[in-house]
Design a protein around this ligand. Structure first.
Ligand SMILES: Cc1cc2nc3c(=O)[nH]c(=O)nc-3n(C[C@H](O)[C@H](O)[C@H](O)COP(=O)(O)OP(=O)(O)OC[C@H]3O[C@@H](n4cnc5c(N)ncnc54)[C@H](O)[C@@H]3O)c2cc1C
Length: 492
């Protein structure tokens, strides 16, 4: 049994949804495109799972957050795919790939052939067992990667109100899940090996603000320590976690957020006769057009390792939703309009929202960290300055125009002659420099990104319709905006 398509997207997550929209805009003909996904629902905005989905009141539920609402675009429901003649093959795992025959074999035994393949298999949550700790299968241990995980976590949280949770891991999944648990009236202890939370991005000073904010909401932190085993009741349910130094923490539920691994196994050539593509940085290596070492195969999103122009074409594998959206669109553009599509010029961008807080980060966090703003009141930021240029910027509680301004100074690598002045001016520096750009270019717009066709601005961010409305409020009052933004954005 088999079917043939011109274009096949392998994986049905964020990147798949944005690729489908781009295909549709580029007039893909009915019957030419299919998406094969292990998940049983059409592509959705995955970040919603650790935010709006876990709220105790008015939680976000599908079909509300199907792609591409996160970028303020059309919401692609199953009806949309049907109307466009795009085949959704859901609840179906691809077991193997034959790149020579341009064939995929699915778990249902079907063979799907393609002319062009886009690999969008994303990543999976790392399991405790990969670190030598057993017990992931216990009924009250949660991971959070897909909607099935989120449903499970919601059920467990509902039986744990007023009880104790232990969160393993201090990255963004750990931080966002902890906020959700607290909102669900569950007492949380966070355990992680680093000296402070979000160690890959935050400086000690940034982390201090967030940890204090969490502590004020009852969260306990156990740092520089790791989980070594669980204590279980006779039915296998976890009752406590045991740490390396012997500390025992009672637990009614455990949430594990210890990182992810890109889903490359179909293409790493490790299985006898398996397909083999070039890999780098734990992902599938692509060029600036998202093309792999096989000319008919593209890779996008979390699974792709691509050259970032801004970092001197250093190959990076990014695990962020904005990158998934833009690499997906770019690959489609490269396939359908090869003559118009150059190399992706991407500005790395990441955001998070917890409680009423909200931050955005652009670029890279290497070099000297220059902190600015009002830390006690949660209106602060950091610039990373390397060789006299700004190469990264972070802002908490900013207004729309401030976020746009910091992204511009990173993208243009604004020169810094006086670090003291930068610290004093804070986001005012970015606003001033971006105003200069407006005056010199007439629009302030800089190199296009995402499609490489010059049609989309690098400044695009995952804004919802009401977020755009918020921009107006921001002009009137930054403080009012910051509050509103935090409260509203937390839903998704
Ligand atoms: C809970 C959570 C919160 C997040 N919050 C943020 C945030 O606030 N900000 C941010 O920037 N990023 C966030 N992210 C990261 C962001 O969601 C990812 O970067 C993004 O989803 C990557 O998109 P993708 O399409 O590459 O992969 P995914 O969205 O993971 O999709 C991969 C798809 O491929 C399917 N698949 C894999 N292997 C196969 C196979 N063999 N056969 C068939 N199907 C297969 C999977 O089932 C899945 O449908 C969050 C992630 C999670 C899990």
């Amino acid at each position: 049994m088999g079917r043939a398509f011109v274009y096949v997207i392998l994986g049905g997550g964020v990147a798949a949804g944005y690729a489908a929209l781009e295909f549709s805009r580029r007039q893909v003909a009915p019957g030419e495109l299919c998406i094969i996904s292990e998940e049983s629902v059409a592509p959705y905005e995955r970040p919603a799972l650790s935010k709006g989905y876990l709220l105790p009141e008015n939680p976000a539920r599908l079909p509300q957050f199907h792609t591409c609402v996160g970028a303020n675009e059309e919401r692609l429901t199953t009806k949309w795919y049907r109307e466009k003649g795009i085949e959704l093959i859901l609840g179906t795992r691809v077991k193997s790939a034959d790149l020579k025959k341009k064939e995929l074999l699915t778990s249902s035994g079907e063979t799907i052939t393609y002319n062009y393949l886009i690999i969008a298999t994303g990543a999976r949550a790392l399991k405790l067992e990969e670190f030598g700790v057993r017990g992931s299968e216990a009924e009250n241990v949660c991971y959070l990667r897909d909607i099935a995980d989120a449903d499970r976590m919601v059920n467990i949280m509902q039986s744990c109100a007023g009880k104790n949770a232990v969160v393993i891991g201090g990255g963004y999944i750990g931080m966002e899940c902890t906020a959700a648990l607290v909102t669900n009236k569950i007492k949380v202890t966070m355990v992680f090996p680093e000296k402070h939370c979000m160690a890959r991005l935050f400086t000690a000073k940034m982390a201090e603000f967030y940890e204090n904010y969490y502590k004020a909401r009852g969260v306990k932190f156990v740092k520089g320590n790791v989980l070594t085993s669980f204590e279980n009741d006779p039915f296998g349910k976890v009752t406590a976690v045991i740490l390396r130094d012997g500390t025992r923490i009672p637990a009614d539920m455990v949430v594990v957020g210890i990182g992810i691994r890109a889903n490359t196994t179909l293409f790493d050539g490790l299985e006898k006769g398996g397909a083999k593509l070039a890999l780098e940085k734990g992902g599938i290596k692509v060029n600036g057009r998202m093309q792999t070492s096989d000319g008919s195969v593209y890779a996008v999103g979390d699974v792709a390792a691509f050259p970032v122009k801004l970092f001197g074409n250093d190959i990076r594998r990014l695990e962020h939703v904005d990158s998934a959206r833009k690499t997906a669109r770019h690959a489609v553009s490269a396939i359908m309009a090869p003559d118009e599509t150059g190399d992706l010029d991407y500005l790395p961008f990441f955001y998070s929202r917890v409680f009423a807080l909200s931050w955005q980060f652009y670029g890279d966090n290497v070099g000297e960290a220059v902190h600015f703003g009002d830390f006690p009141n949660g209106r602060f930021g950091v610039y990373w300055v390397n060789e006299g240029c700004i190469i990264g910027a972070f802002l908490e509680g900013g207004a729309k125009e401030e976020y746009e301004a910091i992204s511009k100074v990173v993208k243009t690598r604004a020169k810094v002659s006086n670090v003291g002045e930068l610290e004093k001016l804070g986001s005012g520096f970015a606003l001033r420099e971006s105003q200069k750009l407006v005056e010199s270019t007439g629009t302030g717009r800089i190199a296009s990104a995402g499609t490489g066709t010059g049609t989309r601005s690098i400044m695009e961010k995952p804004l919802y319709k009401w977020h755009a409305t918020a921009g107006v409020a921001a002009a009137a009052s930054i403080a009012v905006f910051a509050y509103w933004y935090g409260v509203r954005r937390r839903r998704w």
